[in-house]
Design a protein around this ligand. Sequence first.
Ligand code: PLP
Length: 447
Amino acid sequence: MRCVMSPRVDQSVTRAPRGEKAASIRPSRTPWLDHWLETVADLSALTASHPMMDAVIDEIDGRMIRVGDKWLADFASCNYLGFDLDRDIIEAVPAYLEAWGTHPSWSRLLGSPVLYEQIEERLTELLGCEDSLVLPTITHIHLSVIPLLAASGTVFLDARAHKTIYDGCQVARSRGAAIRKFRFEDPGHLDELLEAERDPTRLVCMDGVNSMTGNAPDLRAFAEVARRHGALLYVDDAHGFGVIGERSAGEPCTYGSRGNSIVRHVGESYDNIVLVGGFSKSYSSLLAFIACPTELKQLLKVAAPPYLYSGPSPVASLATVLAGFDVNERRGDELRATVFRHTRRVLDAMARCGVHTPNHSGLPIIEIPLRDHERIDAVGRLLFDRGVYVTLAAYPLVPKNEVGFRAQLTAANTDAEVDALIAAIEELAQRGELQPAASAPPLRQAA
Ligand SMILES: Cc1ncc(COP(=O)(O)O)c(C=O)c1O
């Protein structure tokens, strides 16, 4: 396939038949509902009609998925290490179910199976932090821990932080905290805002590896600014944990070793840093953690509502985390090298085609914005027809100049699947659907 960035858009792609799903949202006369229907009109139209939105997956075979009668290579999974399909992990689960049943149902305060102690011990060792606490999801952690740490002080919020961090900040605001946004990837702007702030209680909230750009922030620079101004730095590395880790001479690729997350990857200490991460991506399990000093952990055990009141993770998830630690120790670096190689192939092909992506890190999240945001439906259909399943990033989930699709590479993808993704990207480039590398608009700043 010749890679030519053509400005002409082939309209034939739009003539693909509409999907079979019926439009799910009807007009109404209720003002609040009308407001929301208008806000999400693009997304709900796409969701109602597009085979790659809100799809029912009928069957899987490795990283191939079947939707209706169509088999597609899945690049929408965040199971980066392929642990969801790993035989050693799958086979470890039944023994835990025999021992513990399927679900303890106690909130953690009422009683935690010893599996939690084992997980926190191993996690603390892996991360090299003082202590750690696990709760069902990162969302639970943001909504409960950010308001606690913010108290009635000031939160400095990364303008492009994940929605769940925003939600945690909204709860903090409702309890009296002030919110100030700093520009994405701009420690200088954070420095200015902190310099001008008189409030002594300061919390900085940001993402580690960004779920859209696939890049990691300059954490050392942010940590330096936060420490200099006496602020606590709270980092969500949902996508980095399991993928990036400590650097060493013998590392198999630039992701580093052990997958022990961004703080270790950049060689930082945990002084004044609280790290949050999840097992629901690389470890394919419903569980999340906060790495923090023991003093804070003890406070959360009596003050964080998910510890006190929420239902726990299912036993199968605790089992897959523990078995995942074993596999990570034995084969994790090998799996990360595979993810790295797949990602490199796609990024190299895109560079040859002159196609823009914000990814400059080589990490396995590749966002590919469209030249024209209105072509999202047609482009998604072409990808579906070519047997490639990706995440569609539609407006208003992203700003209009970033509407496009996102592909994640995992160790469970095969070379043939990656070939199919590359061929589809090349075809879209040739049809003039993608943004050329040189003229890509800068990321919109929400601050
Ligand atoms: C950066 C980031 N934070 C938090 C979450 C939510 O994680 P959880 O499902 O554990 O609540 C996600 C999920 O996609 C994410 O990408």
